[in-house]
Design a protein around this ligand. Structure first.
Ligand SMILES: *[C@@H]1O[C@H](CO)[C@@H](O)[C@H](O)[C@H]1NC(C)=O
Ligand SMILES: *[C@@H]1O[C@H](CO)[C@@H](O)[C@H](O)[C@H]1NC(C)=O
Ligand SMILES: *[C@@H]1O[C@H](CO)[C@@H](O)[C@H](O)[C@H]1NC(C)=O
Ligand SMILES: *[C@@H]1O[C@H](CO)[C@@H](O)[C@H](O)[C@H]1NC(C)=O
Ligand SMILES: *[C@@H]1O[C@H](CO)[C@@H](O)[C@H](O)[C@H]1NC(C)=O
Ligand SMILES: *[C@@H]1O[C@H](CO)[C@@H](O)[C@H](O)[C@H]1NC(C)=O
Ligand SMILES: *[C@@H]1O[C@H](CO)[C@@H](O)[C@H](O)[C@H]1NC(C)=O
Ligand SMILES: *[C@@H]1O[C@H](CO)[C@@H](O)[C@H](O)[C@H]1NC(C)=O
Length: 639
């Protein structure tokens, strides 16, 4: 057979590209440091087996998100308060045509016929069914079968590579290094409170020291018993909301955590009669409901605390929205919640990770069979969540994707608060990091919590009234060192945002922590937390028909959320917008003195004394606790 010279040339080019794609250097795109606990390598995967390859494309303009957010959130910006609509956000960030076509062309050039390649309607995904052999060649990797101790198998690789010019368009590829499997075999067993794989709340429920026998009414006893009146006195929160039809405050709970209306009413009777007969406005996400089947502090403590204090401080006039997320079988994660309040997030940066996030409708049966909530729920202006992960439990990709979503919510004018954790410099469950990246109770490396390490949320630490101090004296509070320690420190994943640079530099220069640089991120370049704090000790909470004493940053977040909700009320009442992402504002010079500086106490963990609370910002209590009148005055002065 003979061809013309031109044809022959063309043919050899095709052959060459099929056999050995020549697309510049390959870079490692993702790599796993260890096989997750409970799994072991079994065998190489069969080369003829099919893999449903899902390629997550990178969003456009995501690198400018910090800039966009500052533009609407920095008090000195001309566009302060000019928040974006959901449509504007979606148009700004969806993947570019160039990303889609570059990746598609690369697949075609590697021998995958274009009829096999499907681009999702959102352009977030490129899907193609390939053989293991094709995938291995494409990404210069090896696929293996791993087996869980339960017998369940999972296909994954240790690392994969992409040509440099492709990697810049791709977030990640599935299946690959991740173990995004939900283990089966849950039916019939009692759902563990917040301990299912990947559920938020692992070790994060507040702590209790037991029930209270005597009557608590005294404002003089706030060092032993915190009630709403103590918090009003500490933060000078004297405010009756007037713009309640325009305003909203959301508290997020993850099933099986649930509140009991009888507890809310018991609390109302003793401490907040304006809540008599009131319920939170329940919004069910992914089959969430206030279950009553399982009771006890571990099921009811968190929700009881969040709602009793959140609702009391905004008064009975202001409705509080309860975002009850996840069913009894699968539970849910932050991403499930975020999917519900922002339809563009369901597919954003490739979609959820089912190791961490629950899949709806429940693929295993027995759980919520309805469709996943995706953009079905309106976000409140302020959203408080008292659950969390350790940053190290999640991958940088996963956390970056979720963090960008918090920035988008900020762009839309939503204030996002997360508790900073209850174990000082250690992570939830008192776990610290080992040099190889794993976590254990014997680890020595500080272990910060996520989402607090995301620079686009406001992380809330905990304080307490000093023993024998009264709320009437100056500086009555210190860092919480009773039962819990305020979570704080420096991220290993996220760079510092400029809003906190001056404050954190001041701390690092004046109080340089004397710890070796291999146990904390001492670069001075990473996101530092918490941002603020509020009381987190000795809360009197009605749980399962009894008053208990409760501790944790779980207390501080809903209390801070209530305070910011009242500030929104005052702004909405005079025709201004909500405060949105507050960090650039609260760290700005104009807000100096609007938080009560906490200068005593520390946050021990990982076998150390942790950091000290100091004058100015510190990685224990942040800027300090809210001073409502000053915050109100400052925020009313902003456009
Ligand atoms: C891959 O194969 C599965 C099962 O046959 C099919 O449901 C799916 O649509 C295919 N995906 C693509 C992108 O062709
Ligand atoms: C999904 O999460 C698990 C656990 O954090 C992680 O090992 C895996 O790499 C993640 N997958 C992706 C695609 O981020
Ligand atoms: C709540 O009120 C009841 C009735 O007045 C009282 O007996 C009880 O001691 C109070 N509980 C607390 C913890 O204050
Ligand atoms: C508060 O919630 C209740 C119950 O859902 C509703 O009837 C009422 O209209 C709401 N009030 C405001 C001001 O939104
Ligand atoms: C990581 O290090 C810890 C302690 O240093 C050790 O116990 C653990 O086995 C190591 N894990 C892996 C996967 O190397
Ligand atoms: C608080 O006061 C009590 C009673 O006066 C006293 O016994 C206790 O030592 C004081 N505690 C502190 C920390 O000052
Ligand atoms: C410290 O934080 C920076 C920025 O977040 C990050 O690039 C760096 O890898 C971190 N260092 C360590 C030792 O984790
Ligand atoms: C905290 O303060 C104590 C007492 O002044 C000091 O010895 C210690 O070094 C400080 N710790 C840190 C991490 O700065």
């Amino acid at each position: 057979m003979r061809y013309s010279l031109t044809a022959c040339f063309t043919l050899s080019l095709v052959v060459a590209s099929l056999a050995e794609p020549t697309f510049g250097p390959y870079n490692v795109h993702e790599k796993r440091s260890a096989i997750p606990i409970g799994w072991s390598y079994t065998r190489r995967h069969e080369s003829a087996a099919t893999l449903p390859l899902r390629i997550a494309l990178q969003q456009s303009n995501i690198e400018f998100i910090d800039e966009y957010l500052y533009d609407v959130s920095h008090p000195e910006s001309a566009n302060y308060g000019k928040h974006w609509t959901a449509g504007e956000i979606s148009r700004k960030f969806s993947p570019s045509e160039e990303a889609v076509s570059t990746v598609r062309d690369w697949l075609v050039e590697n021998g995958l016929e274009s009829e096999r390649i499907r681009v999702s309607s959102t352009k977030g995904w490129i899907n193609v069914n390939v053989t293991v052999e094709e995938a291995e060649r494409l990404m210069n990797t090896e696929y293996n079968v791993y087996t869980h101790v339960s017998g369940q198998e999972h296909v994954a690789c240790e690392a994969y590579h992409l040509p440099e010019y492709i990697g810049t368009h791709i977030d990640f590829v599935l299946p690959s290094v991740n173990f995004d499997v939900k283990l089966k075999g849950r039916s019939g067993s009692q759902p563990e409170p917040g301990r299912a794989i990947g559920q938020p709340g692992v070790g994060t429920t507040p702590k209790t020291t037991g029930t209270i026998s005597q009557t608590v009414t005294e404002l003089e006893q706030c060092d032993q018993y915190i009630t709403p009146i103590c918090l009003r006195a500490l933060y000078e929160l004297v405010y009756e909301p007037v713009a309640t039809e325009k305003n909203s405050y959301g508290v997020v709970e993850y099933t099986p955590q649930a509140y009991l209306q009888s507890d809310l009413q018991m609390f109302a009777l003793n401490y907040s009669t304006d809540l008599l007969g009131k319920e939170p406005v329940m919004v069910s996400i992914d089959g969430g409901y206030a279950q009553t089947e399982y009771q006890g502090f571990d099921y009811n403590g968190e929700s009881a605390l969040d709602l009793q204090y959140g609702m009391s401080l905004v008064t009975g006039k202001q409705n509080v929205t309860l975002y009850q997320t996840g069913d009894m079988v699968e539970g849910a994660s932050f991403n499930n919640f975020l999917d519900a309040i922002d339809g563009s997030y369901c597919t954003f940066e490739g979609g959820d990770n089912y190791t961490v996030d629950s899949q709806y409708p429940d693929p295993y049966g027995g759980g919520y069979e309805g469709p996943e909530d995706c953009g079905t729920v309106a976000p409140a202006y302020v959203i408080s969540t008292s659950y969390g992960y350790n940053e190290a439990e999640l991958t940088p990709f996963y956390t970056a994707r979720q963090c960008a979503e918090y920035a988008k919510l900020g762009l839309m004018g939503v204030t996002i608060l997360y508790s900073s954790g209850d174990y000082g410099v250690a992570g939830h469950g008192d776990y610290c990091l080992n040099p190889n990246g794993t976590q254990s109770s014997t680890g020595t490396i500080f272990n910060p919590t996520f989402p607090g390490t995301c620079p686009y949320v406001t992380s809330v630490g905990a304080t307490m009234v000093k023993p024998n101090a009264t709320v009437f004296q100056a500086q009555p509070e210190m860092a919480c060192m009773e039962v819990i320690y305020s979570g704080g420190g420096f991220s290993n994943y996220f760079a510092m945002s400029s809003y906190q640079k001056t404050a954190v530099d001041y701390y690092l220069q004046n109080y340089p922590p004397d710890y070796p640089s291999d146990i904390w991120n001492s670069t001075g370049m990473s996101r530092a937390l918490p941002d603020i704090s509020a009381n987190g000790a000795n809360y009197v909470v009605a749980v399962d028909g009894q008053f208990e004493l409760v501790y944790g940053t779980s207390c501080s977040s809903p209390v801070s959320g209530a305070i910011f909700t009242m500030i929104n009320d005052a702004r909405l009442a005079i025709g201004k917008g909500p405060i949105g992402f507050i960090n650039p504002t609260i760290y700005s010079a104009g807000f100096a003195g609007a938080f009560n500086d906490i200068t005593e106490g520390s946050n021990p963990g990982c076998g150390t004394e942790g950091y000290n609370a100091t004058a100015g910002w510190d990685p224990v209590t942040g800027l300090g606790t809210p001073n409502f009148p000053k915050l109100l005055e400052n925020w009313l002065a902003l456009p």
